[in-house]
Design a protein around this ligand. Structure first.
Ligand code: DC
Length: 219
């Protein structure tokens, strides 16, 4: 039962700005599946830890917060311990600190557990993140690793949230480095993932390709 639900997961991993959220949401809607943004979970823990003025280097304190929090990540709302963090988790303060929280093994263990429970409760879904294919759902029916050139990724972030392309590009590069060199479940393409470069392609075109792969696997 649990394993079956985990097999009905489509894993979408990749670095910031590769198009994960846009593609994963559109795909979930096409396939009539639920959607989970696991990055929003790490962002929400970061938000709550900052609100409580915890020392983010205090791994044990932040882990306890993650274990004890009431966290709801929906399609358009993120609520943690009754606080609506939907807007704040996209702000520069949370964005600047989230890699540190995401490198905390205690936090990762708790988030993985919650992600697996979510998939079991929903009978699978389209789940985006960094370690979804490699660690959280190794049995996922389809694993996609989305990429895009650094220039395209920075420009997309600027289009979404404003800012200066050069500064955003360097912030993205710094976050990629932290995410891909951390000891616990670093950002890496799974050996059995399909790598899809989204640079200069429309959302519809990319979603069409992934949808075809999904139907191919489910024939
Ligand atoms: O996708 P995003 O930018 O919202 O992710 C926020 C941070 O969380 C980013 O530093 C990567 C990290 N993350 C992670 O380590 N594992 C995941 N499954 C999802 C996100």
């Amino acid at each position: 039962m649990v394993i079956d639900a985990h097999r009905r997961v489509v894993a979408i991993d990749g670095p910031a700005g590769a198009g994960k959220s846009t593609i994963a949401k559109a795909l979930a809607s096409r396939l009539n599946m639920k959607y989970l943004d696991t990055g929003a979970m790490y962002r929400a823990i970061t938000f709550e830890a900052m609100l409580r003025e915890l020392d983010l280097d205090d791994q044990s304190a932040v882990t306890h917060l993650a274990q004890d929090c009431d966290l709801h990540v929906g399609i358009d709302r993120v609520i943690i311990n009754g606080h609506d963090a939907t807007q704040a988790i996209r702000g520069s303060e949370v964005t600047g600190n989230v890699s540190k929280v995401a490198a905390n093994s205690g936090v990762r263990t708790e988030m993985r557990l919650r992600q697996q429970e979510w998939a079991t409760a929903h009978g699978g879904g389209v789940i985006e993140g960094r370690d979804i294919a490699t660690v959280v759902f190794p049995d996922a029916v389809l694993k996609v690793f989305l990429t895009a050139s650094p220039e395209v990724r920075a420009q997309r972030r600027v289009d979404q949230h404003g800012g200066n392309v050069t500064e955003i590009a360097s912030a993205i590069a710094e976050r990629d480095l932290l995410d891909s060199t951390r000891a616990d479940s670093p950002l890496v393409s799974s050996f059995d993932a399909v790598v899809v470069d989204t640079s200069n392609r429309t959302v519809e075109d990319v979603v069409d390709e992934i949808e075809s792969m999904f139907f191919e696997r489910n024939r």
